[in-house]
Structures are given as structure tokens and as C-alpha cells.
Design a protein around this ligand. Structure first.
Ligand code: TMP
Ligand code: ASP
Length: 238
């Protein structure tokens, strides 16, 4: 594990200072949390797998010219990333109805949306990450009109690229959450945080077997085994 200075500890990751200016180290913990940490468990091996999957998916973004914070994986649980000022939003893209949208709007789970739906949530645990719209975001200065347009455009591109990649292995990308940051080196907008089965909903197109954190949220089986199976399907684990 790194000997660098701890800068921030979140629910599933720790951020350490990096070896060079404008870099950080992102460390993946084994902790799983759900429902704003009302449910917590240590799931041995989860951190390593999420590091591996997030590396793989961020590299796919890079190969598709989608700017992101990933530089390189430096150990089983750590990756070197560009230092960013995180925008306090969780950007959710939905292809198929699941989770909170079903409850909030009374939509049947499994409904396919004609076009992807983008939602913004204000990243604030004390307030339970409430849903917000463009007016809130601009009025409270979390972002601006021009940057929000870029966030929408990048989010839809990430969806297109990842949805296609998962379809190639007969997995459906139901929805996912992105976070964005501005690089401290040049203030440019990048996809930050992680993209892993902790922050996506994924299921087999035919059997509907799940490969995501809903397994932990709703006690549907062994999460680490499911993440391993996903890694095998992605071709990044034997
Ligand atoms: P939701 O249906 O609970 O709003 O979740 C939508 C997507 O966002 C789902 O893929 C899980 C992900 N997500 C996170 O990554 N972090 C969170 O805190 C929440 C609530 C959801
Ligand atoms: N990550 C969030 C938490 O624990 C919620 C979730 O993913 O369900 O608190």
C-alpha cells in the first residue's frame, strides 16, 4: 500500500497524494455500502476487482477519445489519476428503468426508454444525494450552462461506447453513475471517480443474471463472485 499522505476517505475508496504535481492515488477498499451507508459490509476482494474493472472501462473511454482522470494502475488496489476538483454531482444515465426512478415516478422495472435519460443528483450524504435540475446546478454555482452541455454530451458518449462494449458480451447496461472533475493542471473537464459494477447496473441479456451492487443492496447472492464473473466475461480475469 502507498506511503503517500491520505487526502480524503470515501465509502469505497481512499485518495492519497500522488508522486508528481497534479496527480493523486486512488485506493479501492473492500467496503460495500448501500442506502447512504445504512448498510455496510466488508466484501473481501471487491476492491481489487473494482480497480481492475474501472481500469478496463476507463481505458475504453480513453480509446474513444473520452477525457477521464485515469493514468495507470499501479498496484492491485491502486491507480494513479489526474488530480481534479470534483463537481458535486452524480450524473446518472438510464437506458432501462430500475432503482430509484421506478419508485419516484411509478415506472415499471424493465421498461426500455426510447432515448437514454440523464439525471443529476447533488452529492451530499447529509441530504441523501437529492435529485436536482440544471437551474439548481447553475444557480448554486456547481457548474455552468456551457460545462453542463459538455457533461451531457460526454455522458451520452460514455453510454454509447459502454453499452456497445457490454452488448458484445451479451450484457445489458441498464444504468450507471458518472462523476466529473476539472483537472488541476489545466481545468479541463474529465470523467472522474470510478466506473465499476458498484456504480452501474448490468445483467445478462438472456438469463437476466445480475453483475452489480444490487446483489448486495437486496441480498441477492455473492457479490464478489458476480464481479469476478463479470471480469471473466470482459476478458480481464481468467
Ligand atoms: P438509483 O436507481 O439508485 O438512482 O441508481 C442509479 C445508478 O447509479 C445505478 O447504476 C447505481 C448508481 N449509484 C451510484 O453509483 N451511487 C449511488 O449513491 C447511487 C444511489 C446510485
Ligand atoms: N453508494 C451509496 C451508499 O452507500 C448508495 C448506493 O450505491 O446504493 O451509500
Amino acid at each position: 500500500m502507498t506511503l503517500q499522505k491520505k487526502i480524503y476517505e470515501g465509502k469505497a475508496k481512499i485518495i492519497f497524494s500522488g508522486p508528481k504535481e497534479n496527480t493523486l492515488i486512488q485506493y479501492f477498499k473492500d467496503d460495500a455500502t448501500a442506502f447512504n451507508a445504512k448498510k455496510i459490509k466488508v466484501l473481501e476482494g471487491k476492491g481489487e476487482i473494482n480497480n481492475l474493472i474501472s481500469e478496463h472501462l476507463m481505458k475504453i473511454l480513453s480509446n474513444n477519445q473520452i477525457p477521464n482522470h485515469f493514468i495507470k494502475k499501479i498496484s492491485n488496489r491502486e491507480q494513479l489519476i489526474h488530480q481534479c476538483k470534483i463537481i458535486p454531482l452524480e450524473v446518472v444515465v438510464r437506458n432501462i428503468a430500475a432503482g430509484s426512478i421506478c419508485k419516484r415516478l411509478g415506472i415499471k422495472e424493465g421498461k426500455k426508454f426510447k432515448d437514454p435519460i440523464i439525471e443529476f443528483y447533488y452529492k451530499n450524504d447529509k441530504l441523501n444525494d437529492p435529485i436536482v435540475n440544471n437551474c439548481h446546478i447553475i444557480s448554486f454555482g456547481w457548474s455552468n450552462e456551457k460545462e453542463l452541455l459538455k457533461i451531457n454530451k460526454i455522458s451520452l458518449k460514455v453510454n454509447k461506447v459502454l453499452k456497445r462494449k457490454f452488448e458484445e458480451i451479451s450484457i445489458s447496461l441498464i444504468d450507471f453513475k458518472l462523476e466529473f472533475g476539472r483537472k488541476t493542471s489545466d481545468n479541463s473537464l474529465v470523467v472522474a471517480d470510478e466506473i465499476s459494477p458498484d456504480s452501474c447496473r448490468l445483467c445478462d441479456v438472456n438469463s437476466h443474471e445480475k453483475f452489480d451492487k444490487d446483489i448486495f443492496r437486496y441480498d441477492k447472492g455473492n457479490l464478489v463472485d458476480a464481479y469476478k464473473n463479470l471480469s471473466i466475461r470482459l476478458g480481464i480475469m481468467k
